[in-house]
Design a protein around this ligand. Sequence first.
Ligand SMILES: NC(=O)c1ccc[n+]([C@@H]2O[C@H](COP(=O)([O-])OP(=O)(O)OC[C@H]3O[C@@H](n4cnc5c(N)ncnc54)[C@H](O)[C@@H]3O)[C@@H](O)[C@H]2O)c1
Length: 363
Amino acid sequence: MNRVQVATKSKVYDVCIKAGLRHLIGDAVKKVTEPVSSVLVITDTDVAPLYLDDVVLSFKNEYPVYTEVIQSGEASKSFSVYEQVMTKALESSLDRKSLIIALGGGVVGDLAGFVAATYMRGIRFIQVPTTLLAHDSSVGGKVAINHPLGKNMVGSFHQPESVLYDTEMLYSLPVKEWRSGFAEVMKHGFIRDLSFLNWLQEIKVIEEMPIEQLNTLLEKSISIKAEIVTVDEKESGIRAHLNFGHTLGHAIESELGYGVVTHGEAVVIGMVFSLRVSEEMFNIDLDVDKYEKWFSDLGYKTKIPASCNINNLLMLMKKDKKAESQSVRMVLLSKIEEATVKEIPPTLIEKLLVERMEGDLIG
Ligand SMILES: NC(=O)c1ccc[n+]([C@@H]2O[C@H](COP(=O)([O-])OP(=O)(O)OC[C@H]3O[C@@H](n4cnc5c(N)ncnc54)[C@H](O)[C@@H]3O)[C@@H](O)[C@H]2O)c1
């Protein structure tokens, strides 16, 4: 078993990484938290047919185990699905000793976590991530649903009792979901650990990496996230470094419409852009061509899709909710593994957006 401790001010918990762990969730619950009265497993329509029975059976009928299956996809991080799950919790008479299990990717984790944060003013929950991206979303305690006016705008900080990661489950993911999650893994290397970033470059086909390598990769990548959220649980300082590549990434996702590209695909385009902005701002050479080729070889697009409008992107980047003012604040690298937040003149942003646009706008 690979294990990472997350020590935030509000809670200390472990991320346990092990092939086949889904069959042992019932036993693991007894080890990681005080006795529970009942369990509600929340999952989605893609994950349920694959893994829900295994998780339910792992509890061996020791206490009532209820299940709620939500439609897969980002649209489920909504008020109506939140109400649907709350209704299930109430109908199942969950009490303050009940436990919620979030079995799924970031969508299930964020929604189920927010239900746990708010049901009876907060009950315990455990993350059982089933996507690679969820190695990021399941650690750190940010839970949320979307408002029609903004993504993740209604939420809370609510740390799980534990994160139980069964890496076997990742092998049923579609390739684009592997790629989406791997972008966040690479991001952790860029902002914090050059030797990890170099090690990652040995991986040629993401979805074919052996499970031992996947376990090591997750342990390392989660350690980086854990270190950051340990120092800055509520994002008043260095937690913002985790937004490397996200200012443009979010703008692209929003401009294209959510779901057209995956989060990670947009973040990769955003990371190349951030590297270019860093080069210009600090007058340094970060070997962007080398990293761009690596991303392309792994199957990512690295240029801004031609259907994006530059003015819209600029406006969205100024509006990024993580920005404290109307100017463009971005996470840059003064060198690889050293992240910093900077205000960027909109003229430079515009010039580099043109340069990074698909279809050779500047020849
Ligand atoms: N809380 C945080 O700190 C944080 C950080 C990053 C992202 N997020 C959130 O995470 C969400 C994205 O998460 P995601 O990329 O995991 O998306 P997701 O949960 O939508 O999962 C992607 C797709 O894969 C399917 N799936 C999940 N596990 C599977 C498996 N093992 N086999 C086959 N199919 C499987 C899902 O049903 C879904 O269709 C976004 O809503 C984002 O806002 C949160």
